[in-house]
Design a binder for this molecule. Structure first.
Ligand code: GAP
Length: 494
């Protein structure tokens, strides 16, 4: 995790929010490369789930909603964590997580010496287990109290209870309250889904681990509405679609680079299920902090639509033409965090390799996710014709992709810089490309393309660059494209 945090800051992916003021607790800002990576994750998700599927539509609901939404959804009463406070240092902990961090202990068996003991372990000198505050080691903890995780705010100029509302803690409710609007305006038949990407806010008691758990984050959520009266392949439609969405979601993360061995499915036990869920399965990822939730796929039944119908007095039903009756659809909800997905993609892509006795840090990001697709590098920055050609290539390619020009170091170092931020291809312009006019030479009009992962290089005519990158960045394997061109010596940059 330290390597990721440091790379993220050094190379412009993620900065601590308000850093010059000492930082804002567990809030993070995405820098120039981070915002590209994040946009790419959201773009491919939207393309795969909304644009390419005939049974899906998009929505962008507002963050501030009518306060009754949160009463109806159960968040006002149930969206709480049990919390304990230290009576000495006043720090606050989640009661169910308090034994998951190392704890400070002043051991009576060693004249009160201070020890820091591993999470959940007893003291090896006196044998006691933790009862006091794990941070200061001195204070008693209060009995657990429920703490609501929603951020409160006020709508309008008067700060009074009547104008109290909340920053949404999930994007899902914006979809439920618009169910009938979408149904009526788009004239869909069940099953269909509504997708949304947007910010959510939770006043987490113990946020942390970089962007894994923050107080402001983004979600990519789908509410997929199914007819509970139908069966598919002999199974109730909700159970069939739940299974389908679990498989689809797993496959999606694999497709964009998460390794098989770092992904697993975890079923929620009955006593862990959210108040609305019939079944929930989490996709867990082996983050640098251990196995943790990457996304959840819940069967929310008809809970939300029924609750909103009850609280709003509006019917939120679907007319089943075949059976001639109104039904309340069941909902399958695949819900992923954008920031958590970004952390997983970064962690999986990060490699430290040895190349000719030197360390190479490389982000093996999927080309569709990589913040920069191509870097154009002039081999000699003092040669005007080389620099001019390199700029012209950058200008041309950047009509379709995010492309940079860089001439601020020697070629080996430029390659390393691009490897470190995951740029899949570099283009170098050299003397051979443009020739040496002083000597009456004409160039061969070819440039070198270097592949990040294999470090292989090929010579490609300038007028083929666009079509070659369309292939490479459109999903064709390097080997199948490279095979058609002349190979060039090694691209280790050594
Ligand atoms: N609508 C369902 C829902 O919100 P959730 O499991 O609470 O379910 C879904 O959240 C996803 O949102 C999680 O799997 C995680 O990826 C992301 N998420 C939740 N809380 C988060 C936080 N504090 N920081 C970053 N991501 C978070």
């Amino acid at each position: 995790m330290d390597a990721l945090v440091s790379l993220s800051k050094r190379r412009g992916f993620i900065f601590q929010s308000s850093e010059i003021y000492g930082g804002a607790g567990s809030c993070w800002d995405y820098g120039p490369l981070g915002v590209e990576l994040k946009q790419n994750i959201k773009r491919v998700w939207w393309r795969d789930y909304v644009q390419r599927r005939p049974d899906m539509m998009g929505l962008d609901a507002s963050i501030l909603m009518h306060p009754t939404v949160w009463k109806a959804s159960g968040h006002v009463d149930n969206f709480t964590d049990p919390m304990v406070d230290c009576l000495e240092c006043r720090r606050r902990f989640r009661a169910d997580k308090v034994d998951e961090t190392p704890w400070v202990h002043y051991c009576p068996a060693t004249k009160g010496n201070k020890f820091t003991i591993s999470a959940g372990e007893p003291c090896s000198h006196c044998g006691v287990t933790r009862t006091l505050c794990p941070e200061c080691g001195k204070g008693e903890l209060t009995p657990p109290r429920q703490f609501n995780l929603m951020f409160k705010t006020f709508m309008g100029p008067v700060e009074e209870d009547a104008s109290l509302t909340y920053l949404r803690p999930e994007t899902a409710q914006g979809i439920f309250v618009n169910f009938d609007n979408v149904l009526q305006s788009m004239r869909r038949k069940l099953p269909f889904g509504i997708a949304q990407i947007g910010k959510a806010f939770r006043n987490e008691i113990t946020p942390g681990n970089f962007i894994f758990r923050t107080r402001e984050f983004e979600q990519m959520e789908i509410e997929f509405f199914v007819n509970p009266l139908e069966t598919v392949d002999g199974r109730p439609a909700d159970e069939y679609w739940h299974e389908r969405w679990i498989e689809d979601s797993m496959a999606w993360f694999r497709r964009y680079g998460l390794s098989e061995e770092n992904l697993r499915l975890r079923e929620h036990a009955a006593d862990e299920l959210a108040h609305y869920a019939k079944r929930t399965a989490d996709i867990e990822y082996h983050f640098p902090i251990g196995w943790s939730e990457l996304m959840g796929i819940a069967n929310r039944t008809d809970f939300d639509l029924k609750q909103h119908a009850k609280f709003s007095g509006k019917a939120l039903t679907y007319f089943d033409e075949e059976r001639k009756e109104h039904v309340v659809p069941y909902v399958i909800e695949p819900s992923a965090g954008v920031d958590r997905a970004l952390l997983a993609f970064l962690a999986d892509a990060y490699r430290e390799e040895e190349v000719r006795g030197e360390k190479r840090v490389v982000l093996r990001l999927h080309p569709e996710l990589a913040p920069l697709k191509v870097a154009v590098l002039p081999l000699l920055k003092k040669r005007d014709d080389i620099v001019r050609t390199a700029h012209a290539i950058r200008d041309e390619l950047s009509k379709d992709w995010s492309v940079v020009y860089d001439d601020t170091a020697a070629i080996g170092r430029l390659y390393r810089r691009q490897d470190e931020v995951g740029t899949p291809y570099c283009v170098t312009v050299d003397v051979q490309t443009v020739g040496d006019q002083a000597k009456g030479e004409v160039g061969d009009g070819k440039v070198t393309i270097r592949d990040r992962d294999s470090m292989e290089q090929i010579r490609v005519p300038l007028d083929s660059l666009g079509s070659v990158f369309r292939e490479l960045l459109g999903g064709s394997a390097w080997a199948s494209v490279a095979g058609r061109f002349e190979r060039k010596g090694d691209g280790t940059g050594a």
